[in-house]
Write a protein that binds this ligand. Structure first.
Ligand code: NAP
Length: 290
């Protein structure tokens, strides 16, 4: 599966994060490079927060083609880059870096990856009432792109961290001049009526605590479509209960595959084999579940 013809011309892409043990990105990207006959190799590196500046300088010195950035470095990496895509700058987080002749430019393909997954399932944000659960990094990227594409948003977060949700609402007001409603997660019953899409952008339901859902099952009959950004397990409790309630469901693995595909396209200039990348991620997730 991995490039077996590594030579002096092989281009390197990397992932930096902490931890990186369970990442799906190497299997997705290496399978895609091989399928497309590209002389590239993707490698994960565990980088401790205090070593982030050296790691980024090292990747630049080694002249890698690009790299992904994951938890906990998505925000801390910003000042270490030479330039930022406007969307990444507004969201304030980078998950993909491209090396343009020694200049490192940061992008946020989580936001666009979410959007592509949504559109692929036939859901256009324009004019929709969307409820987003969570106010962390994923929620910020998703809320911003949804608002940019014309959705009307309500963001819910836990009471003790409501400031984070208010912060996203303020960003969207300042940048896009759109009002966003903010509720406590405990008020979900009041937020859901009239929503045509519910997005779980919290980590609730993620393995190993996968017997949890952020939404009481009884409320799901009111929502026509549910997108869970959690991708491990593939079928979260929320998605199972939403499907049982008759909702259209979208798994976080679709966003995962699309954020990878968009990074691949930035590094290689080629159209990514999205179906293969998704299949590889699903295969690995199924193995983890066994
Ligand atoms: P994060 O910045 O740590 O944010 C986590 C969010 O989950 C916060 O809003 C947090 O609320 C909330 N939360 C955590 N535990 C909770 C609980 N018990 N009850 C209610 N809310 C809770 O993490 P992130 O980077 O946004 O990631 C969130 C999830 O998205 C993770 O599962 C991650 O794997 C997934 N993700 C998926 C993709 C993809 O491609 N599919 C991409 C990025 C992230 P507080 O603010 O109150 O702490």
């Amino acid at each position: 599966m991995v490039n077996k013809n590594i030579s002096g011309t092989t281009k390197i892409c990397a992932l930096i994060g902490d931890p990186v043990e369970h990442t799906m990105s190497p299997v997705m990207h290496n399978a895609a490079f091989q399928k497309m006959g590209l002389d590239y190799l993707y490698l994960p590196f565990r980088v401790r927060p205090k070593q982030l500046p050296q790691a980024v300088a090292g990747l630049k010195a080694l002249n890698v083609a690009g790299f992904n950035v994951t938890i906990p470095h998505k925000v801390a990496v910003l000042p270490l880059l030479d330039g930022l895509d406007p969307l990444a700058e507004k969201i304030g987080a980078v998950n993909t870096v491209v090396n343009n002749n020694g200049e490192l430019r940061g992008y946020n393909t989580d936001a666009e990856g979410f959007l592509r997954a949504l559109l692929e399932h036939g859901i256009k944000p324009q004019g929709r009432n969307v409820v987003v659960l969570g106010a962390g990094g994923a929620a910020r990227a998703i809320a911003y792109i949804l608002a940019e594409k014309g959705a009307r948003l309500t963001i819910l977060n836990r009471q003790q961290e409501l400031d984070w949700a208010e912060n996203i609402a303020q960003l969207i007001l300042d940048e896009l001049h759109q009002e966003v409603k903010v509720f406590e997660l405990g008020d979900i019953a009041n937020a859901l009526p009239g929503a045509s899409l519910l997005v779980n952008a919290t980590s609730v339901g993620m393995s190993p605590a996968d017997n949890a859902s952020p939404v009481p099952a009884g409320l799901l009959a009111k929502v026509p479509a549910v997108f869970d950004v959690v991708y491990n397990p593939l079928k979260t409790k929320l998605l199972s209960e939403a499907a049982a309630a008759g909702a259209q469901t979208i798994s976080g693995v679709d966003m995962l595959a699309w954020q990878g595909a968009l990074a691949f396209e930035k590094w290689t200039g080629k159209t990514a084999p999205i179906d293969l990348m998704r299949e590889e991620a699903v295969k690995m997730l199924e193995q983890l579940e066994d």
